[in-house]
Ligand binder design. Structure first.
Ligand code: PLP
Length: 465
């Protein structure tokens, strides 16, 4: 006899009402996500207090749980799917990718091994090949499907560590880091914080980084790179998180490779420039690297969470993330868990596959180029606004602006955020308080840009009084 809860859950699974209800809530949400204010109202945020309750003793009714989530959760979300969210570097979601993720949610596949989900393994293999092609990477490059670029950077640097130490006759997995031959880490002053996190986690120590000075756009200055050797990991960047600038790969990679260094490229959002004819010049030379980290959930506009580590040394990546167990059933082809830190994982290749299958090369071109165009429109519009300066060159999708003083910039930022027409974040750039606009959502239209700039103008006039 099924228990009470089990009976209730069978009923919920079979009659489908819960899922219809979720679908209705989702549709209602989608209907207003493009138009609504980007940031939730103070009232919606205050109502989040309803979630402050002790774990209930009794089992609830599924519909009531969903209803609570929709009633208090939906209004408190930030409309990141819409066209006026420019904070951090956050993409929207291509509808086909979102719908595919929805379907895959019901499949509930674990992608650890091919024998657990042949479908997920197949899609991972297909997407791996497509990514190699679209970025112009060599045929030996393999891909691991991880939660984001934080994880991808970590995996890539672990592979680099394994490989460089193995060349020194040292097996990091067996012998560990104590007494290991020293490796060198060389990276630019503008390296992303997740690179520093990976360096800490991997035991390299941030103090040991050999920092390379960067220019006014945030690019590594090639002549300032120290002498490299075969014990060095050189970490470059495709897309500075503030300015969107790209390190000059073409001037760096061939020599670094000849010196025997391992080159890693953090291309969380910027690597996608390399997928688009008009913007490819920005990543020229990056194909000579040994590993790359990139997100689906930023520029490609897949839903969260979706990052990819790519590596030209399969052995190094698989060895660094190695995993053994008598009960594991390994296939001839591809077991996803060898390319990621996790064993059990959701099938995130589904929405990557669906998004790429839907967009095709033409769609990727148009979408990514569109992000660049909207960013240019922002910069052009700001050029005409007295009191706001555009501080960096808009090479990709990022725009950095500031007012005359840090105080004014802060006040304008606050006022724009309070208006809720759009959402932009603050940052620091070359000693100044700045506002950073990241155009990363396919949903952003020229009208969204105009409405957002108008919000800045209103903030400016309110604060100049
Ligand atoms: C966003 C970002 C990261 C971190 O990526 P997550 O997907 O958030 O983990 C790393 N590097 C750069 C340059 C980024 O923009």
């Amino acid at each position: 006899m099924p228990t009470t809860v089990q009976k209730q859950m069978y009923e919920e699974l079979r009659n489908g009402q819960l899922f219809e209800q979720a679908q209705q809530y989702a549709s209602a949400y989608l209907e207003q996500v493009l138009e609504r204010n980007v940031f939730p109202s103070p009232e919606a945020l205050a109502q989040l207090a309803v979630f402050d309750e002790a774990l209930p003793q009794a089992t609830a009714n599924g519909k009531a749980v969903l209803e609570m989530l929709h009633q208090y959760g939906s209004p408190a979300t930030v409309a990141q799917l819409g066209g006026r969210y420019f904070g951090f570097v956050n993409g929207s979601a291509v509808p086909t990718g979102l719908a595919a993720k929805h379907l895959a949610t019901y499949w509930d596949q674990n992608t650890a091994m091919q024998v657990i989900s042949p479908l997920a393994a197949k899609l991972e293999m297909v997407v791996e090949g497509w990514l190699r092609d679209i970025f112009g990477l060599p045929p030996e490059v393999v891909a691991g499907f991880v939660s984001g670029t934080s994880s991808a950077n970590f995996c890539a640097l672990a592979a680099a560590r394994f490989h460089l130490l193995e060349r020194q006759g040292w097996n990091i997995n067996e012998q560990g880091l104590f007494n290991a031959p020293p490796l060198r880490i060389v990276t630019g002053r503008e390296a992303h914080s997740t690179i520093l996190k990976a360096i800490s986690l991997l035991g390299f120590g941030k103090q040991n980084i050999e920092w390379v000075p960067t220019d006014e756009q945030g690019r590594i200055i090639p002549s300032e790179i120290p002498q490299l050797d075969d014990r060095t990991i050189l970490i470059l960047q495709a897309g500075n998180v503030n300015s969107g600038a790209f390190d000059p790969f073409a001037d760096i990679c061939a020599q670094a490779r000849d010196a025997g260094a391992w080159i890693h490229v953090d291309g969380a959002f910027g690597l996608w420039a390399g997928a688009v004819a008009q913007l490819k010049y920005l990543t020229r030379g990056m194909e000579l690297a040994h590993s790359w980290a990139v997100d689906g959930h930023k520029t490609l506009n897949t839903p969260y969470d979706s990052g990819i580590v790519m590596c030209a040394h399969r052995e190094a990546l698989v060895s660094a993330l190695h995993m053994k167990g008598g009960y594991l059933v390994l296939s001839e082809e591809r077991d996803g868990m060898f390319y990621t830190p996790e064993m059990s994982r959701r099938a995130r290749a589904v929405e990557l596959w669906a998004t790429l299958r839907y967009l095709g090369q033409a769609g990727v071109d148009e979408m990514v180029w569109g992000l660049h165009q909207r960013a240019k429109e922002f910069a052009d519009a700001f050029e005409k606004v007295d009191g706001i300066d555009v501080l960096t060159e808009v090479v990709f999708n990022q725009v950095v602006v500031a007012c005359e003083s840090d105080e004014q910039t802060e006040a304008v930022l606050q006022s724009v955020q309070d208006q809720r027409v759009c959402w932009v974040g603050g940052s620091h750039w070359h000693g100044r308080r700045v506002i950073r606009i990241s155009v990363c959502a396919w949903t952003t239209t020229s009208e969204d840009v105009q409405r957002s700039v108008a919000s800045f103008q209103e903030a400016l006039s309110a604060n100049l009084k």
